[in-house]
Each structure stands twice: as C-alpha cells, then as structure tokens.
Ligand binder design. Sequence first.
Ligand SMILES: *[C@@H]1O[C@H](CO)[C@@H](O)[C@H](O)[C@H]1NC(C)=O
Ligand SMILES: *[C@@H]1O[C@H](CO)[C@@H](O)[C@H](O)[C@H]1NC(C)=O
Length: 262
Amino acid sequence: MASSVHHLLFIINLLIIPTTLLSQSIIQMPPRRHRITDDNLYCDSWRFSVETNDAGTWTSIPSRCVAFVQDYMTGDRYLSDSAAVANYSLSFARGFRSEEMVRTLGSSTSMRLCSPICPTIRRMDSGLNSYGHRSVTFDEASFDEWVDLAEAPALPASLKLYKELKHLGFKIFLLTGRSEHQRNATAKNLLYAGYNNWERLLLRGPSDQGTTATVYKSEKRSDLINEGYRIHGSSGDQWSDLLGFAVAQRSFKLPNPMYYIA
Ligand SMILES: *[C@@H]1O[C@H](CO)[C@@H](O)[C@H](O)[C@H]1NC(C)=O
Ligand SMILES: *[C@@H]1O[C@H](CO)[C@@H](O)[C@H](O)[C@H]1NC(C)=O
C-alpha cells in the first residue's frame, strides 16, 4: 500500500569481486601497506574522488597535492588517461552500423539550421547585448586575454577523437561555457589547434547568462534534441558538461584535477 510519507531512497550498487579472482594474478594485492600520510597516496585518492565526482563541488587543490597535480598534468599520465577515455569513446562510436548513421544524419537535414545561434547573433547585431559577468575565482581579465591570443593547443587525444568521429560520419557540436563575444577568438583557436568543419559552435549568449554550466549545457543539448538530433555521445572534462537533463546516450569524462565547474 502506498504511504503518504516520502521514503528516503539511496541505491548502493554493489561491487562484488569473486574470491577466485582475488586469488588470481589479475588483481595484485599490494605487498605492504603504504602509510596513509604518504602525499602521493593521499593525492591519488583525492584525484580519484574528484574525477568520479564523489567529492562533488570543490574549489581548490589541497596544498599538499599541488606538486602532485603539476606532475600529473605535465607528465605522461594525463596524456595516457585522456587517450584511454578517447579510445573508449571511439569504440562506442564505431559500434553504430553505417545504415543507422545514415538514418540519424538524414533525419537532421531538414533541421532549422539557424537555431539556437541565430537569435543570439541578431541580438548582437542590434546592439542589445549586455554581457553579464560570471562570478569566477580566476582572474577573468587575464583569462580573456589568453582566450584572445587563441593559441591554446589541442589535447592530442581529443583532436584524434574528433578527426576519427568526423571520418565515421558523425556531426560534431562544440559546446562551450565561453561567452558569445569570444566566438571569433574561439573559432580561430580551434582552427589553429587543428579542428575544422564542426557542425556548430555553441557559446553562452546573453540569454544564457546567470545559469549554472550544468543547466546551460543541458538546455543547449535539449535544443538540439528538439531540432531532431539524437545525441549519441558527449565528452568533456567537467561533470557539468555531461550531467543534468537531455544527456547523451554515453558520456565520457576526461580528466581534470585542476578545477571544478559546477
Ligand atoms: C589508445 O588506442 C591507441 C590506438 O589503438 C593505442 O595505441 C593506445 O595504446 C591506446 N591508449 C590507451 C591509453 O588505451
Ligand atoms: C567575427 O568575425 C567576423 C568575420 O570575420 C566579423 O564580421 C565580426 O565582426 C567578428 N565579430 C566579433 C565579435 O569580433
């Protein structure tokens, strides 16, 4: 019988490892316990927690992990982790039969190509745009100068994935939290880094100001679905790229232990 009170529900998915596996060499148990005070051990656990989003919103790298994160980002590990994620994205993408691709792409040919960028551009043209300022903790002026430089290199794994997806016939939408007034610099930077022929570059227009990244990106995905697209895959270095509503069939989280955008 239905109760009038709400039951608190929390699903715990069990991880069950057969004991036979434990006795096999597949899972190597550590020969001895590391001390929990070991910074590397602590920071690796911290990194795991932020990447899985178990940590939720976090605002700064623990001071004892700054050097760890620097090593991670500048060493082979970051490139390898990114490549692993890109490889899984690609395996998933390759799973679509070619006839399904054609049907999917075919259904998008009668789309309103204007939406959702055109209304934004019209507002810009008529001079009505007023860009709200995001509240960010980093120095926005110098960040904007960096954006204007348009010389950020591509993450090799992402560029490779992009090219392979193009080759497979996917339409690729680039969705960014950058403002519409950074469109030219962003497009220039993408071309400089080796990206080209994207389907659409989606930026935060004046009407998108004041929403969280999760809501903004969900709304943009929702717009695409309303246009008739099916979003097969989504890839991003932030959970706010992937969560919310109108989510992709599969989401692929790239590593980023440097900052968290809610
Ligand atoms: C990714 O795939 C490439 C090509 O198949 C392979 O050479 C590379 O080892 C893979 N990298 C990772 C980290 O899985
Ligand atoms: C962007 O580039 C286009 C074409 O080069 C130009 O017409 C337009 O004024 C530029 N917009 C901004 C905001 O700089």
